[in-house]
Every structure is written in C-alpha cells, then in structure tokens.
Design a protein around this ligand. Sequence first.
Ligand code: ASP
Length: 336
Amino acid sequence: MLKYLSLIAAAVMAPASALAQSANSIEAIPITIVIHGGAGALAPGRYTPEEEAAFQAKLAEALDAGYAILEGGGSSLDAISAAIVLMEDSPLFNAGKGAVFTRDGKNELDASIMDGATRNAGAVAGVTRIKNPIKLAREVMENSRHVMFAGEGAEKFAKERGLETAKPKYFFTNHRWRAYKEALAKEKSRDESALPHDFKYGTVGALALDANGNLAAGTSTGGMTLKRYGRVGDAPIIGAGTFADNNSCAVSSTGWGEYFMRLTIARDICAQVEYAGKTVDDAADDVIHNRLQNLGGDGGVIVLGPNGDYAMTFNSAGMFRGVKNASENWVAIYGE
Ligand code: ASP
C-alpha cells in the first residue's frame, strides 16, 4: 500500500521519466513462492494415484495461498507463513498434524523462520502442544529478544503470547503410528533397511520473494521417526535448515538433519551465492551433490534468489515440491 501511495506522490512530484523508471523497477520484481513437502525415498509407485493427487492438491493449495498474499502486495513472511500453516494442518505432511513419532511414541516438533530483509530469525525446538510451530517461530522472531526457544520454555512463551495450543493427541495419525511400529520392529530385529534416513518424509518448507524485493524462508517438521528424547534436527537451526538474506538467497532444507547441521547447508548455499557469485542452481548443486553426498547424507533444498531464480535440488529419489510465479505454476513428487 505504502508503495502505491509513494508512487502517487511520485506522479505528482516527479518528471514522467522518473515515474516510469520507478514503476518499472517495481514491475521488475518477479514475485515468487517455492515450497517443499519433504524429500526421501519417493520412487514412482510408492503412492497410489489417489494419494499422489491428494499430495499434489495440498501442495497446490499452499502455493495458491502464499501467492495470493504476494499478488495482493503482502510480505514474503506472510506468504510463507500461510503456505506452511496449510501444510502443518494437513495430516499428509510430517509437520504439525501428521508429524512422525519419536522413539517414545511422542510428537516433538521443530520450526524456524527468517526474514531476508533484516536477517531476523526465530525458531522453536521440541514443542509438543503448539498447533502451528511456524507461528510460534515467527512470534519468537518478532516478539522476543531471542532467536530460539526449546521445549517447556517455548511452550511457556507460546502461552504468554496467546498462541493456539493443541492436545498432544491432535498430532496423531494412523499412518505415522503404523510407520513408527514398523520402524520399532525393524530396529529390534536389527534389520539393516531400518536406517534412519528411511524414516522421514514430509518436512515442509516455503520461500517467497515479495513485491518489495524481500526474501523469507521457513521450515517446519516432526523430525525423524524413532528420534531419541530431546533430539533436535536441522529444521530449527538457522543456517542449516533455514536461511534468508536479501543479498544472497533464501533456503529451506529437508533430509537427514544431522548431515544438514554438520554442513550448515542453508548458509553454505547462500555463502556460495554471495562470496563466489554462483547462481542459486550451481550453489545448491555443489552443496547437495558434492558436499552432502560425499559425507553420506541425503535430502534436498529449495532455494530462491532476489531476482526470482530458484532451485529445487535433491539427492534422494524424490521431493514433494512446487513453485508459483507469473509464468510457472506446478507441483511434483518424484525425480526427473
Ligand atoms: N530434516 C528433518 C530432520 O532431520 C527431517 C526431514 O526433513 O525429513 O529433523
């Protein structure tokens, strides 16, 4: 709104050429939203056509919700929050309702958010009663002096701020409970196919570029099935699971969190863009296909630059993902 008011002011006060230039520079920002719904062993045939359609519809709904905000002149932070809340509320994804179970049969949720304009950030780890952890992460960013709250303290802060809570059983879904029981049985029988990287699907993340040229990134997850008490993954770690800086790029990660933390994946991608002048595609390619791959990790990232260039890069079989901008609007599940 302010932008249009200042445009009107410019029309009154500035010569026509200056106005045209300022209008052009606004037009030139290619508003974009990019999302993911988790990476993993997603080979064709894993889901029935009905299940695929349900995932695709929810991803498209999240893109539409975020893009509508951007089109209306809203901020990238509002756009990613709206998209992530929709996916947290859906039982399909491993975030909010539908989160995976810890080894003790509980749901412990992690989330983070970052504002590329200010590099303010907020994160929460191991919360069990917050309906939308991404909203709490944003609350931490905007209304506390800290960047991260964990466990009890995070829940206390949520209560103080009046955030919507939920009973732990709200997060329960039959399909995650079955997966938990199967994983537990495999672990007990020392079945090698029960490696931790098979135990995660459906972390969610979103990136947006708004009409003011501001980037934002957010990530929300239930973590990995069978994770031990108090385990925190990469999703709430700024620089590993989430990063945004208008000078380089915005990133949201999904995959085997321990590797993403050790490699500070999100920050490394943006550092390569900022210091080495790489494109978002080349930077993501190096970090996922060289560094992550060589260390033995797996997963993927979405990346968005201040010029609207984006990348969706993964070394797992697939990654739920989608993008919407002026010329593209699509979602996908499997690899090429
Ligand atoms: N990165 C998440 C974690 O390790 C899991 C995932 O993305 O699937 O907690």
